[in-house]
Design a protein around this ligand. Structure first.
Ligand code: ATP
Length: 349
């Protein structure tokens, strides 16, 4: 008898991603063989290490178990990292328990890392920044080729809705990428898988999971969306909403990528010999392309990407499309945008 369908589903999702990683590792050979050392670049281990980032929640526990099962079959090594943000009483004990569970699954190396969480951008964002910094450092320390994250299709649907509510364009509708980070380090094998399957896989494998109280705390936007917003949407629109939102993410990502490429190609043609942006040429571009060029110019001048909102770019855009002699526009990071003699100047004020 084969494994339970939920277990089969999580393993298949992980196997696919490990295959991709191996193929890339052995530089594009379609039939990678980790045992064929001649295919390995000099100095590279024949058996690459993949780490799982595990919080102890159902999604990442399921991921850890599938990685532990699949990696050795492909000649890969599998380890795990858990991060203790130190934000709740007893979080250190829990992190040690999660590390123990990963060792029991056969993962090696396993590390529990304690981070110091700052306060920049709110507690959730600060914890995330500290976590990714710790995961980056761990990946480097262990020379891991990839770090797997347990985001599911449900997380993706929530991210799309949060992006939609921000009102900032299709990039924010594109959710999380299956591959992200430096050198494509981060992989999300469960992005097409629903949370319920991960939960079920833990249950049938008797894997203990930890339910983060934050996930149920209505003080957090994402938690309200998960427990009230999405169920209400499903009730109104039907069960397929989560899947449709995840599909929206993929389609939006492709569209946003295409527009980014278009903007990169168009940019050179709207700059004069001195490298300044020519307003008349910008005016002739489609708004989506023009806004991308303006955003990029503002970031190049020093505006922090995270604080540069759609309303800022719209204001700069009005220097092109609604010109009536308005003064300089102040942007985040002390950047100033100004129209001067048919040119748009964006620089530090
Ligand atoms: N404390 C942590 N230590 C290590 N990895 C983490 C930690 N918290 C989150 N992650 C990683 O980031 C992914 C997404 O985490 P997030 O908190 O957004 O979702 P979650 O619903 O809590 O996930 P999970 O059910 O796996 O805990 C997790 O699946 C895991 O891979």
């Amino acid at each position: 008898m084969g494994p339970h369908p939920a277990v089969a589903a999580i393993r298949l999702a992980v196997r696919r991603v490990l295959h991709d990683i191996l193929t890339e590792y052995f530089s594009g050979t379609s039939e990678p063989s980790p045992h064929d050392s001649e295919r390995t670049a000099p100095g590279r281990p024949a058996s690459p290490l993949v780490l799982v980032a595990c919080s102890g929640g159902a999604d990442s526990m399921a991921l850890a178990s599938a990685l532990a099962f699949e990696a050795p079959k492909l000649g890969m090594r599998a380890g795990g990292i858990t991060v203790d943000h130190g934000l709740q009483a007893g979080s250190d004990v829990r992190a040690e328990e999660v590390a123990l569970r990963m060792r029991e699954l056969g993962l090696e190396p396993v590390e529990s890392i304690t981070v110091r969480v700052g306060r920049d951008g709110g507690p959730e964002a600060a914890a995330r920044d500290a976590r990714y910094a710790a995961l980056d450092a761990a990946a480097k320390r262990h020379s891991a080729v990839a770090v797997l994250l347990g985001h599911t299709r449900d997380d993706q649907a929530e991210t799309v809705l949060l992006g939609l509510a921000r009102g900032s364009g299709i990039r924010s509708l594109s959710g999380m990428a299956a591959v992200s980070g430096a050198d494509g380090r981060y992989r999300r094998p469960f992005l097409q898988l629903d949370r319920q399957t991960a939960r079920k896989a833990c249950m049938v494998q008797s894997l203990p999971v930890w339910d983060d109280p934050h996930n149920a705390d209505p003080a957090y936007t994402r938690s309200r969306l998960r427990h009230e917003g999405l169920p209400a949407l499903e009730k109104a629109l039907g069960k397929g909403v989560v899947e449709a939102l995840a599909r929206t993410a993929q389609l939006s990502r492709d569209d946003a990528d295409a527009l980014d490429t278009w903007a990169s190609q168009a940019e050179a043609s709207v700059r004069d010999a001195a490298g300044l942006l020519e307003c008349a040429k910008l005016y002739a571009l489609p708004p989506a392309v023009r806004r991308r060029i303006l955003r990029r110019a503002a970031i190049e001048a020093g505006a922090p990407a995270g604080s540069l909102f759609a309303r800022h770019i719209e204001e700069v855009d009005r220097l092109i499309t609604g010109w009536r002699g308005q003064g300089a526009i102040n942007l985040p990071g002390k950047v100033v945008a100004q129209r001067q003699g048919g040119r748009l100047v964006i620089r530090q004020g």
